[in-house]
Design a binder for this molecule. Structure first.
Ligand code: PEP
Ligand code: MN
Length: 333
């Protein structure tokens, strides 16, 4: 639509498309509205549509993903939380333990994040583990602890959903719902998360291509939820020195292809404490909209991912060390 097209003009186009059995999906931006049209391409008369008032131009999206593509919407998507807007400007920090283990553990984390000005806390209540005998998370109890801690320290939260049956409960207790790497192509889960009104953090599958990541995000948008944040967390390669191979080029590439924000997870991406800070810096330099790091008051006692979690002191050090880089890239006025 033209910049400044009226609501009536937008509604008229939507009605027109619906009457022709297309599925119109308006993408509302600050500057302009784009109406994505899903349906049989051959049945669409572009010249007829282009003649209607308020329409600037009609174009075909050539990528296999449509709604997430830059072609469909050039304006960046940002994710508004109560205390921060991801993708707006600056780099969003997300930190917390791999798993919520106890109230005391989370309280120490929340207290530290608040002091450091980190606005988003992570912590898994439902953990997808490689082996069935490993710690699977505290479930409901973990969600309660996460929420209680976040409320106390004024933080936003992100936690993983692994089962459709838990979506409502998690949406009531957390601000962002995470789809873990193992579930990136769990299409039924993606569709259900398309129906909620909370942001979704979609992690790249260890075997997935960037195109498959974007197609997975497309499912969520297609089912009605435009609030998706992508996350590069490393892929499986023949390299054995690191837990995964952190593909940093994903960041600028996704920015060329999509309007969605993208963050980096250098904890799962490397699995190695010493690599987390340099990879965080590299990701920031490459244009990441944020980073997510695992930190635990006593990493050696952690019930999951003990080897890669930074102590709270180590995390504080990282935050201090990246500050000059953040200032250099984003000088305050
Ligand atoms: C996590 O972030 O807690 C996690 C399990 O990561 P991933 O899904 O990327 O392995
Ligand atoms: Mn973990």
């Amino acid at each position: 639509m033209k910049a400044g097209a009226s609501k009536a003009e937008i509604n008229k186009i939507i009605k027109e498309l619906e009457s022709k059995k297309f599925k119109p999906m308006p993408l509302f931006g600050v500057e302009r509205t784009v109406i994505a049209v899903i349906g049989e391409e051959r049945d669409l008369s572009t010249s007829h549509l282009e003649a209607l008032p308020g329409v600037e131009k009609v174009m075909r999206v050539l990528q296999p993903y449509k709604l997430v593509s830059k072609e469909a919407k050039s304006e960046k998507t940002t994710i508004k939380l109560k205390n921060i807007e991801i993708g707006k400007n600056g780099v969003a920090a997300i930190a917390g333990p791999c798993a919520v283990e106890s109230e005391e553990q989370m309280d120490q984390v929340g207290n530290k994040l608040k002091k450091l000005g980190v606005k988003i806390m992570r912590g898994g209540a439902y953990k997808p583990r490689t082996g069935p005998y490993s710690f699977q998370g505290l479930g409901k109890e973990g969600l309660k602890i996460l929420k209680k801690t976040a409320d106390k320290y004024g933080l936003s939260t992100v936690t993983e959903v692994i089962d459709i049956r838990d979506i409502d409960l998690i949406a009531e207790n957390a601000d962002i719902l995470q789809i873990g790497a193992r579930n990136m192509q769990n299409f039924e889960l993606l569709k259900e998360l398309g129906k909620i009104e909370k942001p979704v953090l979609l992690k790249r599958g260890p075997m997935a291509t960037i195109e498959e990541l974007l197609l997975a995000a497309e499912y969520i948008l297609l089912h009605g939820n435009p609030q998706v944040i992508l996350c590069e967390r490393g892929i499986r390669t023949f390299e054995k020195e690191t837990r995964n191979t952190l593909a940093l080029a994903t960041i600028p590439l996704v920015k060329e292809l999509s309007h969605l924000p993208i963050i980096i997870d250098p904890s799962h991406g490397t699995g190695k404490k010493s690599l987390i800070e340099p990879m965080t810096k590299a990701a920031i330099a490459a244009g990441a909209d944020g980073f997510m790091i695992e930190t635990h008051p006593t990493p050696e006692k952690a019930l999951s991912d003990a080897q890669q979690q930074l102590s709270l002191e180590e995390f504080e050090e990282l935050i201090k060390n990246i500050e000059p880089l953040l200032n250099a890239l984003n000088p305050s006025p």
